[in-house]
Design a protein around this ligand. Sequence first.
Ligand code: S3P
Length: 184
Amino acid sequence: MNENIILIGFMGCGKTTIGKKLAASLNYSFLDTDECIEQKEKQSIKELFKERGETYFRACETKVLETLNEETNRTVISTGGGMAVQKQNVELLRALGVVIYLSVTSETVMKRLRKDESRPLLQGENGAKRIKELLESRLLAYKTCCHYQIVTDGKDISTICLEIQDIMTRKCDEKKGICKLSEK
Ligand code: S3P
């Protein structure tokens, strides 16, 4: 298995912010799958949804993962909130490295993304209800896909990064036969 850390979880759970800080602390590279798609397609995610539709975007997500599988090492990879929901992506993600699910409640998401206009799936009326329903519909997929889960509500970025680093250290020790760390 390559030495990558893959962050999955709902919109607003902090994948990108945490990923960048974590990568800097570990001296890893950082990569955001949404950014890769935007660069390749030369369009923002918002425009891509509008002009090509969600199905096209989901196909782009899988294509990005397929490229990463061949090339990537010592990288923190932040994914879009729907990445782990597509069944065909699950094995690709898990083959890339250690998958960490950053969980968040719908209340926290609502607070963080109330004014956000960049996420097509959260636009329009009834934002709170939409977030709650979408999050609930994805919980099982996130839990199934991840190797480890970290609850992020009420924690600052540094604490979450330390928790992830702790998991990685204990995993290394486990490899050397020093301690046993059970997943999830
Ligand atoms: C999506 C989440 C977004 C982005 C797109 C779709 C989703 O990424 O990929 O708008 O389906 O949850 P973030 O989770 O980084 O906001």
